[in-house]
Design a protein around this ligand. Structure first.
Ligand code: PLP
Length: 439
């Protein structure tokens, strides 16, 4: 029998033992073999989502680039998979860059982002000859120009622009508004002066621009508006400097389903809006259509993964609430605490059993706010049960921490009935290996 809960990977089904199975692997067995908390990614689902993006754009234009935003989930195996699928990679720090390079990701297909890159991070990016650095500010532009000069490299750059667009999503993941820590705004000639500085710089080659209006976006209208704003800006840069934009990176942000009833747009719908919108807008301003790039993170990995926990305690407060406490929490999924993000939960041994109670799924951390799911209908949960939260593939592991001395979980890629560990579980020695050695 297959499962009708939307946020689970497409390969999820109920097996002959009546338990949840993903990509041919029984989740209860995975939990017992690899321990919990455990991130379980359906590898084929990630690949299918990469292909869906590529096909959506390829059916409309020849000149495009899909850049996976590795902040959503990054590890060497993921970098390797992204290279195999022919996507480029967005890295947002020296650490993400290092991870990509350790997986032999082609540097020419890497974009380094960041609003506060250190000189060391910029130096490493230039030295490893990354394809593009997305410059966030005038200060960064000057530093980068100096570093590139020292390295004897003409470094291709994009300039990050804040288009002043509201993306109708949580305030913490809005990034395109005027009042933003990211990018150069269009107001009062700020962005134009950064363009001028880039064109005058000795060691930087300005290829084009980057915008990212936010994350977990359901309405495509803000993307259309962004393209229109950017077309006007491209026209301004052309008439002022004769500059012709060759690459326009419209960022990521496509929303995903976290709970039944969430209905995000598809990559195909996004591609329709972006490709057509860009063609129309460039025609309006009478300039050639630049290469179009898009930078999805969440919509590649979120729904390809679920997290398995083990229930530790079940506590009923009569007339108030039942708490089901698990062996993870805000150290492996910070999103509910950071943004009030809503998740669902089910028991891996009886995914379709009738719920007997609605419980709050509590984490194990010393914070009352450490609640993973506010209201989860569950069938008689007991200590020892394997509890699963679907759609945890994006910004879960990548925001994980050692709070309360919690060990970071293992991460599995599962495919055709076999599992491989792509990140091993930390052990207690990992926790202290950076500490002063006391003899
Ligand atoms: C510059 C940039 N590009 C791409 C992304 C990916 O966004 P999403 O995961 O929502 O697709 C982000 C996310 O914060 C970002 O900051």
């Amino acid at each position: 029998m297959s499962l009708a809960i939307p946020p689970l990977p497409g390969s999820s089904r109920i097996n002959t033992s009546g338990r949840l199975e993903v990509a041919g692997c029984d989740v209860v067995e995975l939990a017992s073999e690899y321990g919990t908390p455990l991130f379980i990614y359906d590898e084929q689902e990630i690949r299918d989502r990469c292909r869906a993006y590529r096909e959506a754009f390829a059916s409309r234009t020849d000149d495009f680039e899909i850049i996976y935003a590795s902040k959503a989930f990054s590890c060497t195996a993921m970098s390797q998979l992204i290279a195999q699928e022919g996507l480029s990679l967005d890295v947002a720090s020296g650490g993400e860059l290092y991870t990509a390079l350790r997986a032999w990701f082609p540097p020419e297909n890497i974009f380094l982002h960041g609003n506060a890159n250190t000189e060391d991070e910029l130096f490493r990016a230039v030295r490893s000859e990354v394809g593009h650095i997305v410059v966030d500010s005038l200060d960064e532009l000057r530093t980068l120009d100096r570093i590139a000069g020292r390295e004897g490299r003409r470094q291709p750059v994009l300039l990050r622009i804040t288009p002043g667009i509201e993306a109708h999503t949580h305030d913490f993941v809005q990034t395109g508004k005027l009042d933003s820590k990211f990018g150069s705004c269009l107001e009062e000639g700020v962005a134009v002066s950064v363009v001028e500085a880039a064109l005058e710089s000795a060691n930087l080659e300005l290829t084009g621009f980057h915008v990212h209006i936010g994350s977990q976006i359901f309405s495509l209208e803000p993307y259309r508006k962004t393209i229109s704003v950017m077309a006007d800006f491209l026209a301004q840069c052309h008439s002022r400097f004769g500059f012709e934009c060759r690459l326009l990176d419209l960022g990521g942000g496509l929303g995903v389903a976290y709970a039944p009833g969430d209905e995000p747009a598809s990559p195909d719908q996004l591609a329709g809006v972006m490709v057509t919108g860009l063609q129309e807008e460039m025609e309006r301003v009478a300039l050639p259509v630049p290469r179009l790039a898009v930078e999805p993170g969440r919509s590649i990995v979120a729904n390809a993964c679920l997290t398995a926990y083990t229930v530790q305690t079940v506590k009923e407060i009569p007339g108030v609430r039942t708490y089901v406490a698990v062996d993870g929490g805000m150290s492996d999924n910070l999103r509910p605490m950071l943004y009030g993000a809503a998740y669902t939960a089910l028991l891996a041994a009886k995914p379709e059993a009738e719920p007997t109670a609605t419980a709050a799924i509590a984490g194990k951390h010393c914070e009352s706010g450490d609640i993973l799911v506010r209201e989860a209908p569950l069938p008689d949960p007991r200590p020892g049960d394997v509890l699963v939260t679907p759609a945890t593939g994006a910004y879960g592991y990548s925001m994980s921490s050692n709070y309360n001395g919690q060990l970071r979980p293992a991460v599995l890629f599962v495919k055709e009935g076999t599992a491989r560990v792509v990140i091993r579980r930390e052990d207690y020695e990992d926790l202290v290996h950076l500490h002063e050695r006391l003899e």
